[in-house]
Design a protein around this ligand. Structure first.
Ligand SMILES: C[S@@+](CC[C@H](N)C(=O)[O-])C[C@H]1O[C@@H](n2cnc3c(N)ncnc32)[C@H](O)[C@@H]1O
Length: 192
């Protein structure tokens, strides 16, 4: 009930943050339910391991993961924008929302989950992020993932937004969602 009431508030907040910082938000609208469902399906690999979400925004992907049956206490949402992080904390009180930078995951996540994360779900606007920071984010992701873990990233381009070869990663296209504004393609990255 609380989550539903917060959805329209979220839409207004998303728009106001886009107008304030379009590059950091990197989208004209929150992800659709359909994109959330695809990501949630690939994030739910078991019933217990922590899932880290990068760039929570107004919670479209968090909402989809909870709806898909992932217990909120398993979800750690990282959001750089203070107002959005505050909104996420209020909307998803049982999830762990951290106001922080995805380039510093090993410093901002609780120590007991480091190395135990099987999936990272990223809504970060990778192509807007300078290469140096992007590198820090990707390295940080693979510091906290388990050896068999994977990073899931969506992009509005049909091509991968991460140069997998440069980071020693193998990539796999998980699908394209046309019912999203704009249509988005989801990629999975693992260590070679
Ligand atoms: C395109 S929005 C995605 C929002 C939501 N996940 C969705 O799919 O609708 C990108 C989000 O990433 C956040 N962001 C950008 N750079 C970040 C960083 N370095 N660390 C954490 N969050 C970041 C932005 O503030 C924004 O909320």
């Amino acid at each position: 009930m609380q989550i539903q009431a917060n959805v329209s508030l979220g839409a207004k907040l998303f728009l106001s943050r886009v107008l304030r910082n379009p590059r950091q938000l990197g989208a004209i609208a929150p992800s659709s339910r359909h994109l959330g469902e695809l990501l949630a399906r690939h994030a739910a690999v078991d019933n217990y391991s922590p899932i880290v979400e990068l760039g929570g925004g107004t919670g479209s992907l968090t909402r989809a993961m909870i709806k898909a049956g992932i217990a909120p206490h398993r979800i750690y949402v990282i959001e750089l924008d203070k107002a959005l992080a505050h909104y996420l904390k209020e909307t998803f009180p049982k999830a762990h929302v951290i106001h922080g930078n995805a380039a510093e995951l090993e410093n901002i996540l609780p120590p007991h989950i480091l190395g135990n994360v099987h999936r990272i779900v990223s809504g970060l606007p990778m192509i807007n992020i300078p290469e140096e920071i992007r590198q820090q984010i990707i390295e940080s992701c693979f510091k906290i993932l388990s050896p068999e873990g994977a990073l899931l990233q969506y992009t509005y381009s049909p091509c991968s937004s991460i140069k997998s070869n440069a980071y020693g990663l193998k990539k796999k296209r998980l699908g394209t969602v046309f019912l999203n504004i704009p249509p988005a393609t989801v990629w999975q990255y693992r260590k070679c």
